[in-house]
Design a protein around this ligand. Structure first.
Ligand code: FAD
Length: 385
């Protein structure tokens, strides 16, 4: 028979691993269940961007805290954060919105520059920018390896006396008296004071077994690896191009990752198309040609799709599931789970273990949005202003 644990966390991505780590660090005995490998699902497929250019102050604070946690991964070891800086580029109304965000970030003390097209072109000769565009550079932004963070968190949880179960697909069942239990692959059940569902795009499916309609909709997003002949003459960091609606992330060896955000239709997380679409690859090639000198000669390498989770208002669902004693949810990261995950996990742990409800705040409470019937809200673009 399994030992008693105080909390069970389902899902070993960046969110679940961080919640479990936060609880283990506070002396809670935890069991983390992952159906495959820690950090191996959406977390492993992410571009790894960590940027303070977020929609609101709460998210920015979470990003800044997560960046520091990636710098000092659980259990010690080398930093998992690579500081590259980011450049956001916009025009017209988007340009005005970008500057409004820049003002907000400046008030929060975030270092920044607002370079003109000519200044950028002088330094990065393969970058083609519109003369009337607006640029925002955030030098502290960068890229991380969130899957490595999950693995380090797993080792630390075990060191602190917790349990980590990989290759352990679980489901939720209603036990006697209505309480929720975990059904394990070997057919046994397990209960704890708190059960946290942090299964990313699979969270809604898990909760359906309890007859709950979680307001979460999984959707697909794509990335392509590009070898660019003039990579050294491009902007060297993360590039958010709000004019052409795509982003690039620098990789080793003159390669870039290129992505374009969001599909507005729901996908089945167990049956979505994992290969990139021809239309996406064509659009990446077109943007490379338009935005970069030598882009016509760039070669597209590996390309793939991953799965993300939308919520009605694009804020995550963090906290108790309405009407369910001891059942908590940490999901709906809307394409920004890597950059917020470590801090969100810590905030959830502070709430659970120390009763600090303010750590998460009411804006993310799961009960703020409807749980009535199948969710039908629109899935909206991931990276907007
Ligand atoms: C192509 C792409 C690019 C992205 N780029 C970025 C980026 O640059 N920056 C950023 O911040 N975010 C990015 N994201 C988003 C980010 O990857 C997600 O927001 C984040 O990984 C979500 O973490 P999670 O822990 O909620 O989900 P996941 O990492 O998916 O973890 C959920 C885990 O639950 C497990 N699970 C599911 N069902 C069960 C079950 N029944 N029993 C046990 N375990 C189960 C899964 O196996 C999985 O490991 C990107 C995503 C994609 C797909």
């Amino acid at each position: 028979m399994a030992a008693e644990v105080r909390a069970i966390v389902v899902g070993g991505g960046i969110v679940g691993a961080s919640v479990a780590l936060g609880l283990a660090r506070r002396g809670w005995r935890v069991a983390l269940y992952e159906r495959a490998r820690l950090g191996g699902a959406s977390t492993a497929l992410a571009a790894g961007v960590v940027s303070e250019l977020t929609w609101d102050e709460q998210d920015r604070v979470w990003v800044a805290e997560s960046r520091e946690r990636y710098r000092r991964p659980p259990g010690g070891g080398e930093s998992l954060f690579r500081r590259t800086g980011s450049l956001a580029w916009a025009r017209g109304e988007d340009g005005r919105r970008l500057l409004a965000h820049a003002d907000r970030l400046a008030r929060a003390g975030v270092p920044q520059e607002r370079p003109h097209a000519a200044a950028l072109a002088a330094r990065h000769s393969a970058l083609r920018l519109e003369a009337d565009g607006v640029g925002l550079v955030l030098p502290e932004d960068g890229v991380t390896d969130a899957a490595a963070y999950c693995r380090a968190a797993g080792r630390e949880i075990v060191r602190l006396g917790g349990e980590v179960h990989e290759e352990a697909p679980c489901s939720l069942v209603r036990a006697e008296g209505g309480a929720v239990a975990l059904a394990l692959p070997d057919g046994t059940r397990r209960r704890a004071e708190v059960l946290v569902v942090a299964a990313g795009a699979w969270s809604a499916r898990l909760l359906r077994a309890l007859d709950l309609w979680a307001p979460l909709r999984p959707y697909r997003t794509q990335l392509a690896v590009v070898a660019h002949p003039r990579a050294a003459d491009l902007w060297p960091g993360v590039f958010h191009d709000l004019v052409l609606d795509w982003y690039t992330v620098p990789e080793a060896g003159g390669r870039l990752l290129a992505g374009d955000g969001t599909e507005s239709t729901e996908s089945d997380p167990d049956a979505f198309r994992t290969q990139a679409d021809a239309a996406f690859l064509e659009s990446v090639a077109r943007r490379l040609g338009a935005r970069t000198g030598g882009g016509e000669d760039a070669t597209l390498g590996r390309a793939y799709a991953g799965i993300l989770t939308a919520t009605p208002d694009r804020r995550p669902l963090l906290g108790p599931v309405p009407g369910e004693d001891g059942l908590w949810l940490a999901a709906g990261m809307n394409g920004f789970g890597v950059m917020r995950g470590p801090a969100v996990g810590e905030a959830m742990a502070r709430w659970l273990a120390a009763g600090d409800e303010e750590a998460v705040g009411t804006a993310c409470l799961p009960g703020r949005v409807s749980w009535e019937g199948p969710p039908a809200f629109p899935i909206r673009q991931g990276y907007t202003l």
